[in-house]
Ligand binder design. Structure first.
Ligand code: SAM
Length: 544
């Protein structure tokens, strides 16, 4: 950016901060303030995208690679059965990934020689309030009670010693797994300019339309203007020899460009691995650049606002160089990714053969990024056949979002389906339900599950789904009405009457419920010895 342009930018707004390194900018404070302010609502209300990083495909693939890493550790004599292995998820957000991960890990480990190895998935965040809420989540209770889930406050920008809440264990003296999905773009990074083989520092100036921005301003990030100014002189040493070596190699290998260095992320992983004092696997997913070839011809960093937060690209190539320089293994997709780079980094002295093999199978190619891309290439959910919709659910590993998308189609098609397909639909509903980790989103998955089960005649199971809908989202006319119909099908007419009345009390205008109530009263009148109802006038209640 030229000096003239910079002055023009500054003149057109209020200067909040001038000439600072990106990692020291106040920009990161606004990001942090957003997450503190929003808490778990950031996911329930859909502000922060998480579908691509927190889904059953990602959880299953991570679990596979973690088990492979543990096998490598076992083969090298690094596992001591008296010491737990921690899977520390940084910035665990909604908790949805951790839930899928712990379920899958338990299934996988049970069937291996590692069945007696204690493993604990630790949900962490810098924001303690979020963790306290997650610790009350009904889906986590059994995993917490059995020691498979724990919590810890960890600031990824300054991790320090990590002690878990429940077991009060220090994360140390055992192999460690670190998971960081969409986190390394939220903590400080730096940017450098490469000009004719020389690396230059880049200073950031923040301007805004207001003289001062409040951390609590929900629109703060979108009110910021950023301008970037490369220094004339070569860059100062970073104080970290391996970062300096990466920059020196970029000076040699890249032409005119700007490169990011995820400084806090790299420092964090190294600090956690040092504290573990044993081989450490870091599984990292973010928007970013995987290869040197992606780094050519780049301009200044693009800060993309997402609701009240922002994202910024992560330079995975730099992380890989630092890890390899330290004797570790860096695994990255061999191709250009579309949406999300998922990398695996093994630090410490370990022959990571199994880890690399599993990574290549489930993350490097055909993994979460490819699955996400291919979703856009399939027919719209409404045009699938029943079998295709079931295949989609299977290949997304019973993803709840996918279920909600194909629900109208399943509901429509399953009515005419044969008995075997109905069995598959019922099984699909149960798999989706077990996999689902509610994050406070408004969609009523339990209601839809109940409606589908009722439609295929599984009325008793449908009733428990309608009850779950009421428990999770509070009394609602649709769930009571669904329960009334299920009771009718089971010939439990008194219970049906109670439910239909509850539905009408909540929504007197629910026409179908009114009709059902009349039919029901007529039938109960008959059963009670009341006046017979003329079927031609619509009396009698048919099982659905
Ligand atoms: C974009 S969200 C990602 C959440 C989740 N991992 C996912 O993939 O959906 C970023 C998360 O990082 C957390 N976070 C931000 N700064 C952090 C820091 N310095 N240390 C730890 N967590 C941080 C936020 O609270 C939030 O949970």
């Amino acid at each position: 950016m030229t000096a003239a342009k910079r002055i023009a930018d500054i003149k057109s707004g209020h200067v909040l901060e001038q000439g600072v390194a990106l990692s020291r900018s106040r920009l990161w404070d606004f990001e942090r303030a957003y997450y503190e302010r929003k808490g778990l609502k950031a996911w329930g209300e859909g502000d922060v995208p998480s579908a691509i990083t927190s889904n059953p495909i990602m959880a299953a693939a991570y679990a596979e690679v973690i088990v492979a890493f543990l096998r490598d550790c076992e083969a090298a004599g690094h596992l001591d059965r008296s010491r737990p292995v921690h899977v520390l998820e940084l910035g665990s957000g909604s908790g949805r990934l951790a839930y899928g991960l712990v379920r899958r890990l338990r299934q996988l480990l049970q069937a291996t020689t590692l069945a007696d190895q204690r493993v604990t998935v630790v949900l962490s965040d810098f924001d303690e309030a979020k963790l306290e809420q997650l610790a009350c989540h009904p889906r986590l209770q059994e995993h917490m009670a059995s020691g498979w889930v724990d919590f810890a406050v960890v600031d990824a920008a300054a991790p320090g010693q990590v002690r878990t809440w429940q077991s009060k264990e220090l994360i140390a003296d055992a192999p460690l797994v670190v998971v960081a999905n969409y986190v390394f773009d939220s903590i400080p990074s730096d940017v450098y300019a490469i000009r004719a083989g020389v690396v230059h520092d880049v200073a950031l100036t923040l301007t805004s339309d207001a003289p001062e921005l409040d951390r609590s301003d929900a629109k703060a990030i979108s009110r910021l203007r950023l301008s970037w100014d490369p220094s004339e002189a070569p860059a100062e040493p970073t104080g970290h020899p391996s970062f300096d070596a990466v920059l020196a190699s970029y000076g040699e290998l890249l032409d005119t460009t700007m490169v990011m260095l995820p400084t806090a992320a790299m420092t964090c992983v190294e600090a956690l691995a040092n504290a573990a004092g044993a081989p450490t696997l870091a599984l990292v997913a973010d928007k970013g650049w995987a290869h040197l070839r992606d780094l050519s011809g780049q301009g200044p960093p693009v800060v993309v606002p997402d609701g009240g937060s922002f994202s910024i690209m992560v330079n995975f190539d730099a992380v890989a160089r630092v890890v390899r320089a330290g004797g570790g293994t860096a695994l990255l997709p061999p191709h250009q990714v579309q949406h999300l780079v998922v990398g695996a980094f093994v630090l410490g002295d370990l022959e990571a053969t199994e880890t690399a093999r599993r990574y290549a199978d489930v993350l490097g190619e055909g993994g979460p990024d490819d699955a996400h891309s291919i979703r856009g290439a399939t027919k719209p959910p409404g045009e699938l056949t029943l079998q295709q919709a079931l295949s989609l659910l299977r290949t997304t590993r019973w993803d709840s979002r996918t279920f909600l998308e194909v629900f109208p189609l399943l509901y429509q098609l399953v009515g005419d389906a044969n008995g075997r397909s109905k069995i598959d639909v019922a099984a699909a509903v149960h798999r989706v339900w077990d996999e689902w980790f509610p994050i406070g989103e408004p969609s009523d998955l339990a209601l839809f599950a109940g409606l589908l089960l009722s439609r295929i005649g599984h009325h008793r199971e449908a009733l428990s789904m309608f009850a779950a809908s009421i428990e999770q989202l509070g009394p609602n006319a649709e769930a009571h009405f669904g329960a009334a119909r299920a009771h009718i099908a089971l010939r439990e007419l008194q219970e049906a009457r109670r439910e239909v009345r509850a539905a009408l009390a909540l929504n007197p205008r629910l026409e179908l419920a009114r009709t059902l109530a009349l039919e029901l009263e007529a039938e109960l009148g008959n059963l009670d010895g009341g006046p017979p109802v003329d079927p031609k006038e619509g009396g009698g209640v048919a099982p659905s």
